[in-house]
Design a protein around this ligand. Sequence first.
Ligand code: SF4
Ligand code: SF4
Ligand code: SF4
Length: 347
Amino acid sequence: MQVTINGKNYDVEKNTTILKACKDAGIEIPTLCHDDRLSPSGACRLCLVEVEGWKNLHTSCTAICKDNMVIQTHSDKVIKGRQEVLDLLISNHPLECLTCEKSGACKLQDYCYEYGITEGTYRWEMKKPYFDSSNPFYNFDSRKCILCGLCVRVCDELQGTSAIGFENRGFETNVATPFNEGLINSTCVSCGNCVSVCPVGALEPKSKEKFRYWETRDVRTTCSYCGVGCQMDLVVKGNKVVDVKPAFDALNEGLLCVKGKFSYNFLSHPDRLKRPMVKKDGVFVETSWEEAYNLIVNKMKSVKEYYGSEAFAGLTSARCTNEENYLFQKMFRAVLGTNNVDHCARL
Ligand code: SF4
Ligand code: SF4
Ligand code: SF4
């Protein structure tokens, strides 16, 4: 099929949404509730476009392209429509950007800047505040929630837990967080995937560090907790990890578990070993890598000479990468000469 977007013709596959067709054409459409991994919901109304022959603006995430469709993504009417949506959203939103932890990484803040919205022109009562801090790893602040539904859909469609949902209707609509009835009764596994997708500061990790996103840099790494090998971006301020974001262009497709997402404080824990330790006269003392390796090699050589290769057995860890595990078994088989190698994941 062929569609015309902003005066240029593009070929598109059948059943392509207008949003995807625009994205493929390199045209950016603002969205607050869209995620390529999830079914479209059209909740935020920000991805409005104008289609020739259609009376009203339409959400591009839910509209399917038709042959010879003529689409405008940035006409005056579209811009005005998006400004109206942002105005409505910001009219009952606490403007706390100065102190909000999300500032600098908040899509609502970015779009208000882009579309020139400085304050809400509608006057209605702020949402009834509801602050839930009962989860050990994150907080929920209902005042900042824009009801995009991403957290609910991620928990249901990708995490497969369905621990949260919407409650009430109209102005009283709220995300029913898992802990209303007590953490112990909740099915929530604290994976934090809802936190990772929240486009605003409604779901925020309980960070121990004060930081601004513009002070940080992302460092891509492999999670060290198990053998799945999830990719993640460590958010680093100075020399300290202050947050973790799941990588989208990797096998974990933007998801992590509770360990990968929240358990990074060991990295800068004062008890963490920074140098090898060798027991001397019954007490562990710091030593050099050279001395430590010499000790290991000499002990292995003498065991092999005295007892033979079958005296060795190696147990490796799911906290190592595939490559490290490969090297480990190779060393046991090729260097020490035994097949006595196993892996903790078999338990
Ligand atoms: S959620 Fe975004 S718009 Fe709202 S206070 Fe925080 S940074 Fe500002
Ligand atoms: S932490 Fe995970 S399981 Fe719990 S509500 Fe969020 S997505 Fe669902
Ligand atoms: S908590 Fe965040 S992700 Fe969930 S509905 Fe509110 S704004 Fe959207």
